[in-house]
Design a binder for this molecule. Structure first.
Ligand SMILES: Cc1ncc(COP(=O)(O)O)c(C=O)c1O
Length: 233
C-alpha cells in the first residue's frame, strides 16, 4: 500500500513476528504497540505512538479473537492512517456482525499448518482497493493474472510480465485444498466453539486460571484460548 523507506507502521508488540518483519523488506520501521490482556493491540496506546511518519496501523486478531475494530477503524480514519489486518488466526471470526478481513484497506491471511483455514502452506490477501490489488498482483501473480487484470493505462501494467523481482503466489494445490475447506469453515468453527465452551467451563474451576471473556457481538475462530497470561491451547 505504498509504504516508503522510513515510514512507520504501528504493529502489536505481541503477535507472530511475520505481522511486522516484512516491513524490513520495505525499509519501513515497525513501531511496537502494547497489547491488552487478550493480546490484541490497545487502541489507547496506538494513539500515543502516531507521529508525522506513521503511515499505517496493523492489527492482528490474536488467537482468533477479533481486535476492537470499532475503536481501531475510527482511530485510523480520524488520523489518516491505512488500516491493515493480519487475519492469520481468525478466518471466519467476526466483530459486530462484520467478518474479520473486511475492515480497512487490505488483509493478509496465512493458510499455514494448523490455521483455522489451512492449505498446508501459503496464504491470501483480501482488498477491495484496485490500486492495492494491482500491487499485490505485481508481487505475486506476474505474467499471469497481472497481464490479464492490470489495465493498460495503469502505471504497474508495464511490470506485468516481470513483476517486482519476487514471486509470492500460493501453490495452486494449497489454494485448492483451502478452497475446498472453505465450504466447511463455518461448521468447523461451530465445533471449535463447542469444544472451547467445554474447556472454558473446566478451566474456570481451576484456581488461578482465567480465560478472557468474549465481549457481546464478538465471534472468535478459537485458534487458541486467550488468557491474560498467554494462550492455554
Ligand atoms: C499472526 C501470524 N501472522 C503471520 C503468520 C505467517 O504466516 P505464514 O507462515 O503463512 O507465512 C503467522 C504464522 O504462523 C501468524 O501466526
Amino acid at each position: 500500500m505504498g509504504v516508503q523507506p522510513g515510514n512507520e507502521v504501528i504493529v502489536p508488540a505481541w503477535t507472530f513476528h511475520a505481522t511486522a518483519s516484512p516491513l524490513f523488506q520495505l525499509g519501513a520501521v515497525p513501531v511496537l504497540c502494547e497489547t491488552l490482556p487478550d493480546g490484541n493491540i490497545d487502541p489507547a496506546r496506538v494513539a500515543e505512538l502516531i507521529t508525522p511518519r506513521t503511515r499505517a496501523l496493523m492489527v492482528t486478531h490474536l488467537w482468533g479473537k477479533p481486535a476492537d475494530m470499532a475503536d481501531l477503524t475510527g482511530l485510523a480514519r480520524d488520523r489518516g492512517l491505512d488500516l491493515l489486518e493480519d487475519g492469520s488466526h481468525a478466518h471466519g471470526a467476526s466483530h459486530g456482525g462484520q467478518k474479520v478481513g473486511t475492515f480497512g484497506l487490505a488483509r493478509a491471511f496465512s493458510l499455514n499448518g494448523p490455521k483455522p483455514l489451512s492449505g498446508g502452506e501459503g496464504g491470501f490477501v483480501l482488498t477491495d482497493d484496485a490500486d492495492t490489488y494491482y500491487r499485490i498482483l505485481t508481487f505475486a501473480h506476474y505474467n499471469k493474472r497481472a497481464r490479464n487484470e492490470i489495465p493498460e493505462p495503469h502505471p504497474l501494467a508495464r511490470y506485468a510480465v516481470t513483476g517486482a523481482g519476487l514471486k509470492l503466489r500460493i501453490h495452486p494445490l494449497a489454494a485448492a485444498l483451502a478452497h475446498d475447506q472453505l465450504a466447511r469453515l463455518d461448521a468447523c468453527l461451530a465445533g471449535r466453539e463447542e469444544i472451547s465452551a467445554h474447556l472454558i467451563r473446566g478451566l474456570g474451576r481451576i484456581p488461578g486460571l482465567e480465560v478472557t471473556p468474549l465481549p457481546e457481538g464478538v465471534k472468535s475462530s478459537w485458534y487458541a484460548l486467550p488468557s491474560p497470561t498467554g494462550p492455554t491451547s
